[in-house]
Design a protein around this ligand. Structure first.
Ligand code: DUT
Ligand code: MG
Length: 595
């Protein structure tokens, strides 16, 4: 997946609109209400102009007040009534915008979470956790802000401006044109502002992601920080990142400050033009005092939207930068997914595994990590994989559940290429205990039953027995109900490994893969585990990565990897006879000089 130059099928606004499905009608109604309450706002000056001309400043004011006093009161009541009605509409409108935005937020967030869940390993090595977290929280909130606030303010500004402009033209077009002639200058300034502020917002989102990534990595890796007493150093590093974010924020705000005086000056020119030209017009019969009051009472409805333009443009750019980051995840597609013609295999696999001339290279790697791997394991057999650290053992076993795809050759299970299975069918048949154990913050029972939530409690105990974990679990104050912390805090390395083994066994897999799973348990316990693995009550092919001869010597087949190539393959006795790496290893581990 290319992180940088991703094309989206929809524009940002279209995408937002698409995610408003189900809420569109009410949202449009909200937009309509926004127009309504803004236009209503203009009626107050209209009524006051009427009141002034008829009852206060006009030629027959005193006369009118006496003879048409009921009209006077009607106008007053209409003014108050409209103000109250307007307040109610504003309230309803705000609720509509807020509700819709929360709905959109909820919908997109769930969608993103689902997307992230279904991504492949390459995705997880491309995006860092803190970055992803920022996208589903901060960036997404900027998107919500667009729906909840920006759109409403845009409509408010435009409807106010348009209504006031029409109203002015209606009352006195000459005066209105003199005022409106100033407004185009604002658009030129806003356009220039947009070009400068857009890259700032992109940078700002980047900095926020950086800061969050930094904090996330630091918090989850806090044990390393403590072990090396590097708190001050980490604090300093965070401070730098925090400062950087603050400064970028300040610089973004400063861009507006540069343009703000010009916009403000233009907006402020309005009342001046009003005074000058209006004053002159007042001396002619074409412009009444009532009209002057109506104009000056509404001059803000022209000037304020101009002032808001900068804000609106700023918010648009913020939305644009944030939605780009959200859409990147929204439209990301895992490379490893079900083939279109994948055939379902609901039945249990028999469990034969075959690697046919498999080579593999990581997308970001320079060299292949596996070359020409060729071997076969029959159902129920045990294969052990050995070799120096970094020789490609973990990479090899990751090809079986199709975490990655070989660059050449194929991996077959029961004679079918793993690419042809549905991922769910394939992975359901595989029990994997990974090299770095990750337990969830849940009870021990919940952790063991992770792959099969239907499993009975007595079965959980059975699998814990198989993995020699029952004894220490039973000794814990709350037994299987003991909550283990994030990543299994509160357990020893060997204890965690044994729970992870029980978790892998609990799905009763046709293929069990253990990646260095007993490296941290003592020899006695390991022997116990070996025994139970040999006597499982379900058929199972085992692929075991280990460094200890005691773990591997009884395997049907031992594979020795060296720099990504199979250098030795055979049973314990065959490999001893070969007098190669395995032979040397046995000598080293048993301390016997000659075998
Ligand atoms: N490698 C990558 N990207 C990864 C993982 C590994 O480039 O995401 C490289 C590192 C190493 C090679 O692949 O040079 C093989 O790594 P692997 O993890 O397969 O080695 P291992 O045999 O499992 O080593 P260990 O015994 O330390 O677990
Ligand atoms: Mg490994």
């Amino acid at each position: 997946m290319n992180k940088k130059s991703q094309e989206f099928p929809l524009t940002k606004i279209q995408w937002l609109w698409q995610n408003m499905k189900g809420m569109r009608a009410i949202y449009i109604f909200g937009m309509f209400l926004t127009i309504v309450y803004n236009v209503m706002q203009l009626t107050v000056p209209y009524f006051s102009s009427k009141l002034i001309d008829t009852f206060l400043a006009g030629e027959n004011a005193a006369e009118n007040l006496r003879t048409k006093s009921d009209l006077f009161y009607k106008l007053l009541i209409a003014m108050v009534g409209l103000t109250v009605l307007r307040a109610i509409i504003v309230y309803i409108d705000c609720m509509i915008f807020e509700n819709t935005s929360q709905h959109v937020l909820y919908k997109i967030r769930n969608f993103l979470y689902d997307k992230i869940q279904r991504q492949d390993m390459t995705f997880y090595s491309t995006y860092r956790t803190g970055d992803l977290m920022t996208r589903v929280t901060g960036d997404l909130d900027a998107v919500r802000h667009m729906v909840a606030w920006v759109v409403r303010i845009v409509i408010e500004s435009f409807s106010l401006f348009a209504a006031a402009a029409f109203f002015f033209l209606y009352i006195n077009w000459k005066m209105a044109l003199c005022l409106l002639a100033i407004s185009p200058f604002v658009f030129v300034i806003i356009y220039m502002f947009r070009n400068q502020v857009a890259p700032m917002h992109a940078l700002l989102r980047e900095k926020l992601a950086q800061m969050n990534t930094f904090a996330q990595e630091n918090i989850s890796g806090n044990r390393v920080v403590k072990a090396f007493a590097r708190e001050d150093y980490e604090m300093e590093k965070f401070d730098t990142s925090n400062c950087d974010y603050r400064d970028t924020n300040k610089n973004t705000a400063r861009v507006w400050l540069k343009f703000y005086p010009y916009v403000e000056t233009i907006a402020d020119l309005m009342p001046v033009v009003m005074l000058l030209i209006g004053g002159l017009f007042l001396m002619t019969p074409y412009f009444t005092m009532g009209e002057y009051v109506a104009f000056s009472g509404l001059i803000w409805a022209i000037a304020n939207p101009m002032r808001m333009m900068g804000n609106i443009m700023n918010e648009f750019q913020r939305f644009s930068a944030a939605s780009k980051k959200v859409m990147e995840i929204y439209y990301s597609e895992p490379k490893i997914k079900d083939k279109e013609n994948a055939i379902p295999h609901p039945d249990r696999f028999k469990g034969s595994i075959e690697f046919k001339n498999v080579s593999f290279q990581y997308e970001d790697g320079d060299l292949p990590v596996l070359y020409d791997i060729d071997f076969k394991v029959n159902p129920g057999e045990t294969v052990a994989i050995m070799g120096e650290t970094g020789c490609g053992k973990t990479s090899l076993i990751h090809l079986i559940p199709r975490f990655y795809e070989p660059t050449a050759g194929e991996v077959l299970i029961d004679g079918i290429d793993v690419n042809d299975y549905k991922l769910e069918d394939l992975r359901k048949n595989i029990g994997l205990a990974t090299q770095d154990v990750l337990l969830y913050s849940d009870t021990i029972e919940g952790n063991i039953a992770y792959g099969d939530s239907q499993i009975k409690p007595e079965e959980v105990v059975k699998f814990a027995r198989y993995s020699a974990a029952n004894d220490f679990i039973a000794k814990m104050p709350e037994g299987y109900d003991t909550i283990v912390g994030e990543r299994g805090v509160g357990l020893s390395g060997g204890q965690k490994q044994r729970i992870s083994l029980a978790r892998a066994l609990a799905v009763k897999p046709s293929i069990l893969i253990l990646d260095d799973t007993t490296s941290a348990v003592d020899l006695e316990t390991e022997k116990q585990i070996q025994n139970s693995l040999n006597n499982l009550d379900f058929p199972c092919t085992k692929v075991i990565i280990a460094q200890r001869i005691s773990t591997t010597k009884n395997a049907d087949k031992i594979i020795v990897l060296n720099h990504g190539r199979i250098t030795e393959m055979g049973s314990h006795s065959e490999l001893i006879a070969k007098k190669g790496y395995y032979y040397e290893l046995v000598k080293l581990q048993t301390g016997i000089e000659e075998l």
